[in-house]
Design a binder for this molecule. Structure first.
Ligand SMILES: Cc1cc2nc3c(=O)[nH]c(=O)nc-3n(C[C@H](O)[C@H](O)[C@H](O)COP(=O)(O)O)c2cc1C
Length: 222
């Protein structure tokens, strides 16, 4: 698959078939993604690729917590600035309107939004999930390295005919994930990522992007 096709066909998929993914495929993707760049080659990502019974256990425990009305865990990092300013605030609302609007959920219907969001903790039906951790004493450049690594994983998944959804939502259930994966204490769960074959019968709204001149400045003359 051409790199341009991999980039433009990647999208956050939220409806997967349960079709299993061969272990060799997941090994090929993760071993190739290891070539992602990182400052001074620290390779600060710690990845757990979870399938089968352990993933079913994580989903089950998360589902039980949701059903019991248990409060989320406090994520171990700030997910967004407390006061999101323009133009990010508008972009976030446009995303919310599109995502929930495409499911026929009204803006003010908080309960229906929460129900739709709860599919996060079932990995949207995906048969595999990656949980990506980083050492808690790492700084911003290393978090950025992890982002590059995750995008590399997502693009390689496209080359395998697979789709993904990166999910910070899992940081709100990091204790549940840790009960099953038992990561070392010095690691922080940045995000999960659902991985699988997209259910092509499901309706999927494509997200838009800001016009190029809002995010890129070409400087090519004096
Ligand atoms: C770090 C990160 C965390 C995300 N967390 C979630 C999440 O918890 N749940 C979800 O449904 N989508 C999540 N997304 C997907 C974004 O909503 C999505 O990438 C964005 O709206 C752009 O849409 P696209 O990926 O389909 O192009 C996340 C994306 C990133 C990069």
């Amino acid at each position: 698959m051409d790199v341009y096709d991999a980039v433009t066909s990647r999208r956050a998929v939220r409806d997967f078939t349960g079709r299993d993914i061969p272990r060799e495929t997941l090994e090929r993707v993760t071993s190739t993604a290891a070539w992602a760049p990182s400052a001074s080659n620290l390779q600060p990502w710690h990845t757990y690729m979870v399938t089968g019974a352990p993933l079913a256990e994580i989903k089950k425990r998360a589902g039980e917590r949701l059903a019991s009305g248990d409060l989320w865990d406090e994520p171990e990092y700030e997910q967004y600035p407390t006061a999101l300013k323009s133009p990010y605030l508008e972009r976030r609302s446009a995303f919310g309107e599109q995502r929930y609007g495409s499911l026929g959920i009204a803006r003010e219907d908080w309960e229906a939004r929460q129900r739709a969001a709860s599919a996060n903790w079932d990995c949207f039906g995906a048969p595999a999930a990656l949980f990506c951790y980083i050492d808690r004493d790492m700084g911003r450049p290393q978090w950025s390295d992890v982002g590059m690594y995750l995008q590399t994983v997502m693009l390689l998944l496209r080359a395998e005919g697979l789709h993904s959804c990166p999910q910070m939502a899992w940081a709100k259930f990091h204790k549940t994930v840790a009960e099953v994966l038992a990561p070392p204490d010095e690691l922080v769960l940045f995000c999960g990522m659902s991985i699988g074959f997209a259910d092509t019968t499901a309706h999927a709204a494509r997200t838009g992007r800001a016009p190029l001149d809002e995010t890129v400045t070409f400087v090519d003359g004096l």
